[in-house]
Design a protein around this ligand. Structure first.
Ligand code: 15L
Length: 273
């Protein structure tokens, strides 16, 4: 094993967000230190935690909060489609600052919250694995593809261990027909991040953040070694979803990314191979 890592001190950026809050709870007592950072209030520190308000746009502050950290879990940023004015600073500059601060602070590993919207323009009749080229379906998706690219650069050039989690639909339960394919439950999310943090040695890995859904479009077969074994299955909620009877528009229905593909769409559906 080349660069075996024992991750005991963890920093979470975006700790006040939806995924951050669930990880915070799920990781309670799991590591020697959970340092939480966000620009939003996070409440007081619980046992084993440190809470530090810091902005990912402030690189000096990022280097400071990464002191003595083994692994950064980078969640902060704009979590869905938005204007370039919002996406570029938070998801491109902010993400760059996080990787650069990790390198400068001597952090060994970054676990990056990417998104399925980095590959949203694959057709639904084409299931994919982790080796496919990116096909972003929106500005947000482009920013996630950027995060994966800078992760690859910092792994190859600077020797960081990097994982990029293409997260699907993180919800308490699946809410529509698309989410029968894309849902990831809270407990599977905690398990996936935990595997990416504690696995002793990897260089660069992409993994889909999806539960064990019967209708999955994304295969993690190439990263089986990571030990991610999701337990939940969106199909358990199929009756509720069918009862709602909400239909997707033709563009949304054609692609993995759903409504992220159809929003602002003025392309030619026939020409998308
Ligand atoms: C995402 O990346 C978003 O953060 C989330 O809000 C969902 O919409 C999800 O993708 C999805 O694809 O359902």
């Amino acid at each position: 094993m080349g660069n075996s890592l024992v991750a005991r001190k963890i920093l979470i950026t975006g700790a006040a967000g939806e995924i951050g809050s669930v990880l915070r709870k799920g990781f309670a007592g799991r590591f020697d230190l959970l340092r939480l950072t966000d620009i939003k209030p996070m409440g007081g520190a619980r046992p084993g935690e440190e809470v530090c308000e810091a902005n990912i746009l402030d690189q000096g502050a990022m280097i400071t909060v990464m002191k003595d950290i083994d692994c950064v879990v980078h969640l902060a940023g704009i979590p869905r489609e938005n204007s370039w004015e919002q996406i570029l600073p938070m998801n491109v500059i902010g993400c760059t600052n996080v990787f650069e601060a990790a390198r400068a602070a001597g952090v060994k590993r970054v676990v990056f919250a990417s998104s399925n919207h980095a590959i949203g323009f694959y057709h639904r009749d084409e299931p994919i694995d982790t080796n496919v080229m990116v096909r972003p379906d929106c500005r947000y998706g482009v920013s996630k593809a950027y995060g994966e690219a800078i992760g690859r650069l910092y792994a190859d050039k600077h020797g960081l261990s990097v994982s990029c989690l293409r997260i699907g639909s993180f919800r308490l339960k699946p809410e529509d027909e698309r989410q029968l394919m894309t849902w990831i439950s809270h407990q599977d999310t905690v398990h996936l991040f935990e595997r990416c943090i504690v696995y002793p040695d990897y260089h660069f890995v992409i993994v889909y953040g999806v539960s064990n859904n019967d209708q999955n479009l994304w295969s993690n077969s190439k990263v089986n070694w990571l030990g991610y074994r999701p337990k939940d299955n969106a199909e358990d909620y199929v009756a509720e979803i069918i009862e709602k009877g909400e239909a997707e528009d033709p563009v949304a229905k054609a692609f993995h990314g759903g409504s992220f593909c159809s929003a602002e769409f003025d392309g030619d559906l026939e020409r998308i191979e």
